[in-house]
Design a protein around this ligand. Structure first.
Ligand code: MTE
Ligand code: MO
Length: 165
């Protein structure tokens, strides 16, 4: 019985790791895609440094060190947004959704037309631990945010692109 339980725990942890170390991009795009740890290797890895995580009131929670990540704009560079004119890009917004259903929104303009977008990363390593070995799996951060916690998304599962009606 004990062995069976161990095996079950082992299988669940493998399933969990495989389930979380990738995310899908879908919605208002010409062609949907799935981003895996393997496909992330093609992008430049940036050394981000440390982050002080604060809650929604600005109270310091904890610090994560030695962050490494890939700019979300680099990852999205192969995604063609399904709009009939460039003007309509201003209607586009992204929902980044965690495996627990937690959602974080960015607009197309925020990512592509403000400085904020130059500091939004998918984290592939922190505190010397790689995403595959982290319970938070692939994480996301918007480094210019005042309150860093709320968009410090854990377990990124999917990106849904939409056009506001
Ligand atoms: N998937 C997921 N990510 C999440 C949350 C959540 O509930 N689910 N909470 C957010 C909030 S409100 C905060 S303050 C930070 C806290 O980051 P920490 O867990 O590293 O302390 O996680 C953020 N990322
Ligand atoms: Mo929070």
């Amino acid at each position: 019985m004990k062995k069976l339980l161990l095996l079950l725990t082992f299988c669940t942890s493998i399933a969990f790791a495989q389930q979380t170390a990738k995310f899908a991009i879908s919605g208002a795009v010409k062609k949907g895609s799935v981003i895996t740890m393997d496909s992330l290797k093609q992008y430049a890895i940036q050394t981000i440094g440390d982050i002080k995580v604060t809650d929604h009131t600005g109270t310091f929670k904890h610090e994560d060190d030695k962050l490494k990540g890939i700019l979300i704009k680099d990852i999205l560079s192969h995604t063609i947004f399904d709009v009939s004119s460039p003007k309509l890009l201003s209607t586009i917004y992204f929902q980044f959704v965690g495996s627990d259903g937690y959602k974080v929104v960015y607009s197309w303009n925020e990512l592509y037309n403000t400085e904020v977008g130059n500091h939004v990363y998918i984290i592939i390593e922190k505190n010397g631990i790689k995403a595959d070995d982290m319970k938070e799996s692939l994480q996301m951060t918007s480094l210019m945010d005042f309150k860093t916690g709320r968009r410090y998304l854990h377990n990124l599962d999917k990106v849904i692109v939409s056009s506001v009606q």
